[in-house]
Write a protein that binds this ligand. Sequence first.
Ligand SMILES: [Ca+2]
Ligand SMILES: [Ca+2]
Ligand SMILES: [Ca+2]
Ligand SMILES: [Ca+2]
Length: 228
Amino acid sequence: MKRESACCAVILVGALAGPVMAGVTFIFDDTPYLEPGDSPFDLSGPGSDFFLEDFEDGLLNTPGLLGFGGEIRFPSNFTDSVDADDGLIDGFGLDGHNYWAFFGLGGPVARFEFDPKVLGGLPRSVGVVWTDGNTFATTFFEAFGPNGESLGVTVHLLGDDKHQGATDEDRFLGVTFQGGISAIEVRATLGRIELDHVQYGDIIPAPGVLALLGLSGLLSGRSRRRLA
Ligand SMILES: [Ca+2]
Ligand SMILES: [Ca+2]
Ligand SMILES: [Ca+2]
Ligand SMILES: [Ca+2]
């Protein structure tokens, strides 16, 4: 189901864990995300500038994306990729790849940052798919603005007791902000986190980047899509 961003701080399903910056919209769709078509964003339409990192090449390598707190998980009996990535929507993601955040002090933290020098600005729409975690964990999704300021946090109870690639509990976590998003984090209170389909686009030129690199050429790559 496609959804357009609203004008103000709204979370469609779930709960806000604190104040939300004006103009920020958090998006949580409490239905399974099984393929790119389940994204609320226009990932592949004409003029779309979205990038989609699905990790299926074994690399985190879409332009301007940096990952922290985990590593890529390759196909195994416990890998939990987005269902369609192995070529078949069959209720399992064992044969795909994802990003696996380790246990740390206070729980696992997966962080993705967006490089304005590479992107020519910052994405105004960002999402990620949660594919597995501890049954009893509380999960937090936080977004950060152009100066690293928190745009808000949402809290979710997502885990079930299946840890062998089942996909019916996979959920999209997203955010939009017209001022630009510099990073997102997914945290949990227990266990590990498996994530997939980091997606970002609707780039807004960052004034600081323009000043640094100059106007010429920065916007030339806006009409692009990458599936890496
Ligand atoms: Ca599958
Ligand atoms: Ca994948
Ligand atoms: Ca799953
Ligand atoms: Ca990749």
